[in-house]
Design a protein around this ligand. Structure first.
Ligand code: ARG
Length: 346
């Protein structure tokens, strides 16, 4: 149980407050030569980093962690493993949900059910990241098992996808109670990381609707072009997906608004946001226009500089993995105050 470090000390977790997995950037390295070694690794068009500043990366990572903690989130650390230059992107190793059925009296009565589906990386070089993530999640699980909610213990369901499946491609939409899941041509190394065949298992395992989105060349993970927000809004860069897929986003959005991201902000990872709770959004440095647009829908925007991580193609969403993403069947559309109910149960 040694690798459960919560802010450096042992403490009990609040099962209903946001919990994120993060991995210190001890071995993070975006430089091209690291990514060209035989067998390594996950190429994408951002890999550059010849002016990489490791000290600055540590400062940016710490600032992101502190920002999340200042917003009431709890951060669990995954042990960094030497040689794993992309391990800092914990979003990719697994996808989790915490399901809580509210009763008619608007109270959460049943204990939570946790589902975690581990990934199958397209690039074998990232596969060893899974081991460390599994250790951290095991420790978390044993801690959460001690947490009772209304006198009952949580249940844990673990699975592993057998098709290419990376966390950054699978975005839970809490408003519509569904996943938006990226896929593309499996043969094309630049296009996508997850295969459409992985969606069936996700759907079956989580018992949640899955809508596939075919990602466009260069937008290797769906979290580079889409972010479903709890109020039903969707931050979206249409150029990151094919036209039909964008139409399915438009269709689902109905009266909710699509927050359109322009090319320049998409390059700055403007879609790669962390939804901390119903109102707080953590995002990278982008234009004032995008910030104002998101704020106009009653979200509080917190911008963080993650420039050193963009050099390897990752932003705030990629650097975190929400392990207790609250889900209720029917979503926030059906239970608009579901998140408030969670707060009262603490
Ligand atoms: N260099 C990493 C890769 O290409 C970046 C991963 C970013 N993760 C994400 N969820 N977008 O795999």
């Amino acid at each position: 149980m040694s690798n459960l470090h919560i802010n450096g000390t042992e403490r009990h977790l609040n099962i209903l407050a946001p919990i994120f997995l993060m991995c210190r950037p001890d071995y993070y390295d975006p430089r091209i030569e690291k990514h060209q070694k035989p067998g390594h690794p996950a190429p994408n068009r951002f890999i550059s980093g010849n002016d990489f500043d490791p000290g600055l990366a540590v400062d940016q990572w710490n600032a992101l962690k502190e920002k999340l903690e200042s917003l009431g989130a709890q951060v669990i650390l995954v042990d960094p493993v030497e040689g794993l230059v992309d391990q800092v992107f914990t979003a990719d190793s697994s996808v989790s949900l915490m399901t809580l059925p509210p009763d008619n009296a608007n109270a959460v009565k049943a204990p939570p059910i946790f589902h975690t589906l581990y990934s199958r990386f397209k690039h074998a070089a990232r596969t060893p990241e899974l081991q460390a993530q599994m250790c951290a999640l095991e420790s978390l699980k044993s801690d959460l098992e001690k947490t009772h909610l209304n006198g009952s213990r949580p249940t844990f369901m673990l699975g592993r996808n057998i098709q290419n499946f990376e966390g950054g491609d699978n975005l839970y939409d809490p408003y519509r109670d569904m996943f938006w899941s990226g896929y593309g041509d499996d043969e094309n190394i630049d296009t996508c990381r997850s295969s459409i065949g992985s969606h069936g298992l996700l759907k079956e395992f989580m018992e949640v609707k899955v809508q596939g989105i075919e990602v466009a060349n260069g937008f290797y993970h769906l979290d580079t072009s889409l972010a479903p927000l709890p109020g039903g809004h969707m931050i979206c860069y249409p150029g990151g997906m094919n036209r039909k897929s964008f139409e399915s986003v438009q269709k689902a959005a109905e009266n909710e608004t699509i927050i359109l991201v322009h090319e320049e902000d998409a390059q700055k990872f403007g879609c790669n946001v962390i939804t901390v709770d119903r109102h707080n959004i953590v995002m990278p440095l982008c234009s004032d226009n995008l910030r104002r647009e998101i704020e106009s829908h009653d979200y509080a925007v917190h911008m963080v500089d993650v420039g050193e991580f963009i050099k390897s193609g990752g932003g705030p969403h990629c650097l975190t993995n929400r392990v207790n993403q609250p889900r209720t069947p029917g979503g926030l559309r059906k239970f608009p105050n579901f998140y408030d109910m969670l707060r009262y149960q603490r």
